[in-house]
Design a binder for this molecule. Structure first.
Ligand code: COI
Length: 360
């Protein structure tokens, strides 16, 4: 489901917006003006970094990230509201997830305050790239990686924390809902591996499955657990939910499922609507028996799943305006876009004053 396209507010002018054809915005790389960089030597803590013009990095060919995949990324968004405010959604949750991943991958990490401050600075330094309300969002990409050279044994001498941002439109283009393929050969994560943290190494190893599924006409893949191959885990980059009657189920956080910030928020909103939410093992049979299926993620927001194909058999699910997914999408985006009062305390409003010393 996509945010509805609205008429541009009258305040849109060249002064406050970059020269972008907002209506053509997809979900791709867009070079913006500024980024944040902080470095940390082995045995030290991250100190305040700085905003610098967006540019390529110079990096050692022997760096830990290039040779051993020591890296994590996060994804969150900045939203421009109808009344001209700029909002972030739960950036502290991304900071905490980055910390948990850094622990798993043996890296020092920025404090929650440093993380949130870096995100705010990047948004304000790229303010004109935040799309007008209803036309998209500014996707923010914090990355933490081993930038120092390492050939043999630890320690890695240097780490880099960087944040950049790109204006984005919709992640999925399928208006009527996604058509998924259950991937029955490759697994995304395995017990005690890194599936539960946002390691950069979780993604490219399964591009092969995504490429094959897309070539066959599917929108995305749904992975099964590595231990038994019987239970559903998640899509390429989003969590999955199934609805049956008044019960909504989603795979439990067990080390192989990414603890999505949107997932956590949707569980809370679903409970507020009076549904029973179960975080549990979800066998493929339960998914195929569901009335409705949807996925959640920062990029995906809340997206309806129209069908799932498993071993050549296609099962269809309820789609459209009357689904729980539609209601959750509307409720979540109303909070994120500042269209309703945020009773949860999930949003953070940005003003230049929240980042002392910065002038834009
Ligand atoms: C996100 O939703 O932030 C993700 O990490 C998905 C990414 C593939 C765009």
């Amino acid at each position: 489901m996509a945010p509805s396209v609205q008429t541009l507010p009258t305040s849109v002018s060249d002064e406050i917006y970059a020269n972008v054809k907002w209506e053509e915005l997809g979900f791709g790389f867009y070079r913006t003006d500024n980024m944040y960089v902080a470095k940390c030597k082995h045995g030290e803590s991250f100190q305040e970094g700085s905003i610098v013009p967006y540019a390529d990095f110079q990096i050692s060919p022997c760096s830990a990230v290039l040779n051993y995949g020591q890296g994590l990324y996060e994804g969150l968004k900045a939203y421009r509201t109808e009344d001209g405010r700029i909002m972030l959604f739960r950036p502290d949750q991304n900071a905490l997830r980055l910390q948990s991943g850094a622990h798993r991958l043996c890296m020092p990490y920025p404090s929650v305050d440093q993380f949130v401050s870096a995100v705010k600075q990047v948004v304000l330094a790229n303010k004109k790239w935040i799309p007008p309300p209803g036309r998209g969002t500014l996707y923010i990409r914090p990355i933490l990686f081993g930038s120092g050279p390492i050939l043999g044994s630890l320690p890695v001498p240097e780490y880099t924390f960087t944040v950049f941002a790109c204006p984005v439109g919709r992640f999925h283009q399928d208006n009527a809902g996604l058509n998924l393929k259950i991937e029955d050969k490759f697994r995304r994560a395995f017990p005690s591996g890194t599936g539960g943290v946002k390691s950069i190494t979780n993604y490219s190893p399964v591009w092969i499955t995504l490429a094959e599924a897309k070539a066959q006409g599917f929108s995305d893949v749904l992975f099964l657990d590595a231990a038994t191959g019987k239970n559903v885990e998640e899509l390429f980059a989003s969590n999955v939910f199934i609805v049956k009657g008044n019960v909504v189920s989603t795979p439990e956080i067990s080390g192989t499922i990414l603890p999505g910030v949107t997932r956590k928020s949707i569980i809370e909103l679903t409970r507020d609507f009076g549904y029973k939410v179960e975080e549990r093992i979800v066998p493929v049979e339960d998914l195929l028996d569901a009335e409705e299926v949807f996925c959640t993620g920062t990029a995906a927001i809340v997206t309806t799943i129209a069908s799932v194909t498993f071993k050549e058999t296609k099962t269809e699910f309820k789609t459209g305006d009357k689904t729980l997914a539609a209601k959750l999408f509307a409720t979540l985006t109303d909070i994120q876009m500042g269209r309703v009062e945020d009773k949860k305390g999930w949003t953070m409003e940005l003003t230049d004053a929240t980042t002392p010393g910065l002038k834009f």
